[in-house]
Design a protein around this ligand. Structure first.
Ligand SMILES: Cc1cc2nc3c(=O)[nH]c(=O)nc-3n(C[C@H](O)[C@H](O)[C@H](O)COP(=O)(O)O)c2cc1C
Length: 184
């Protein structure tokens, strides 16, 4: 099993790194092969997504590098803090560039067809808001559905684990409790 962990947190001591490390430890204990992409510090930086012709993107060395990593992986694990109801822009930019038409999906008779079949996706994110509030308001469910329907299943992948942990703020009093909840 090959796992690709993709982390989008500006601070190396951000809680996303602790979650990713815990996941990696569990995966290595099961003899998974694990690779990590740290989007803020990767040497393959991508500027904000732009194109002359979206149907004919130039394959840059960065796209090639990331698409190879995605191709090789059996599972993708996204780890990030919840920002403005969604993911940090750097992660969205990563998806814009690298989950491109012809690689992640195509159109057949005007219908989208996912090309990244047989890959599973896991998500680990944290909100500042307490869990019960975002459960009641539906915010947690909206993020899950957006990822699942608009990105993961659109590209032919399967969401196998969605984890959104609330109340992660400056006090960080509940972080060890959260780390104990992380499962493969
Ligand atoms: C730009 C930005 C936007 C944020 N948006 C939200 C939000 O919409 N809802 C929320 O509950 N917390 C929000 N937060 C708080 C983060 O989710 C919270 O600080 C993070 O999960 C804590 O993890 P960390 O200590 O690893 O950064 C935001 C934080 C930042 C910096």
């Amino acid at each position: 099993m090959k796992t690709l962990i993709i982390i989008a947190h500006p601070k190396i001591n951000g809680f996303s790194f602790a979650m990713a490390k815990k996941y990696e430890e569990l995966a290595l204990a099961k003899n998974y092969e694990v690779e990590t992409i740290d989007l803020y510090r990767s040497k393959y930086q991508q500027p904000f997504f732009t194109f002359d012709n979206e149907n004919d993107l130039n394959v840059t060395p960065e796209i090639e590098y990331y698409q190879n990593k995605i191709s090789e992986a059996d599972e993708l694990v996204f780890v990030f803090p919840y920002w403005w109801g969604s993911m940090p822009a750097i992660l969205k930019n990563f998806i814009d560039w690298n989950f491109s038409k012809g690689f992640a999906f195509e159109y057949v008779n005007s219908k989208p067809k996912g090309l990244l079949v047989n890959k599973s996706v896991k998500i680990f994110t944290t909100t500042g808001a307490p869990s019960f509030i975002y459960t009641i308001t539906g915010a947690n469910f909206r993020l899950k559905k957006m990822f699942q329907k608009q990105i993961i299943e659109f590209c032919g992948m399967k969401l196998t684990s969605f984890n959104i942990y609330g109340g992660v703020d400056k006090s960080n009093s509940n972080t060890s409790e959260i780390l104990n909840k992380i499962k493969l």
